[in-house]
Design a protein around this ligand. Sequence first.
Ligand code: GLY
Length: 336
Amino acid sequence: MKRREFIQNAALSTLAVGTLQACNTAIPEQTKDVPPIPEADGNRSPLVISTWNHGLPANTAAWDILRAGGQALDAVEAGVRTAEANPEVSSVGYGGWPDREGQVTLDACIMDHKSNAGAVAFLQHIKHPISVARKVMEETPHVMLVGEGALQFALDQGFRKEELLTEKALEAYRNWREKSQYKPVINIENHDTISMLALDVRNNIAGACTTSGAAWKMHGRVGDSPLIGSGLFLDNEVGGAAATGLGEAIIKTAGSAMVVELMRNGASPEEACKEVVDRIERIYRNSPDREYLQVGFIALNKAGGYGSYCLRPGFNYAVQHGEMESTLIDATYKIS
Ligand code: GLY
């Protein structure tokens, strides 16, 4: 079987329930309270998928937690933090390209298998918005905090205020300012969000989504990434979905929630992602914004099936589970 066929089959089929391999990895701090891996029921092989090339190192960080029997929630937080901390990733966290005022503003959300959710939007000066989102989920009666309120909350929780605009991002901004034209370059200026979904050994799903949003956006603009239902959604009875691409298009279709609902009604992960991409394409068919429209979804179901679909070529996602090395897969696309 050719590699591509193998990957497609793997993506569409149910993963075998596996025995967790023994490993010597030290259990990370945040998973110490997790009970031992169940002997029988629920002892399944974990799985993690995430968007774009930066999903590979993110999956590695998540996998260290998953294979040690840790919780999906800890895994997705640790996973996407790698992209938030990496100054070479120009669309997430530290090193993210700024808005048209030259300010880096960040959006993130996180969700666990009990449908607990937390989010921050338009947050400045904090390198790890995903961890602030988790604090919102765990320490407040709310789901989302934005702007100054989110920053104040983060500082109260002990997060450090930092400069997130790197020299490289500042140079890119100065170059953009010469024309100040807002017309994102597909798969570059909207080559964006890291979204991650994980299934742990207890068969619980969690998801995380974090971004600096569209480069050169209006100051105050918030995309899909911190919006539960748009950038990320999951239902532990069904599966999870997460998005990347032009946030406005994803919000208009409640994209990730729709993918999960389509799976609930019997669609495979890829079929569900495709249906929502098709809807977006129809909405934008006569829009001038179609020129720079790119959207993509990743999804997984409770049986361990996963898939993806995007509008145009160029979107890829990283997968890791017990039967394969961490691998980048080109998403199936609608139009060339
Ligand atoms: N998908 C990220 C954004 O549009 O902000």
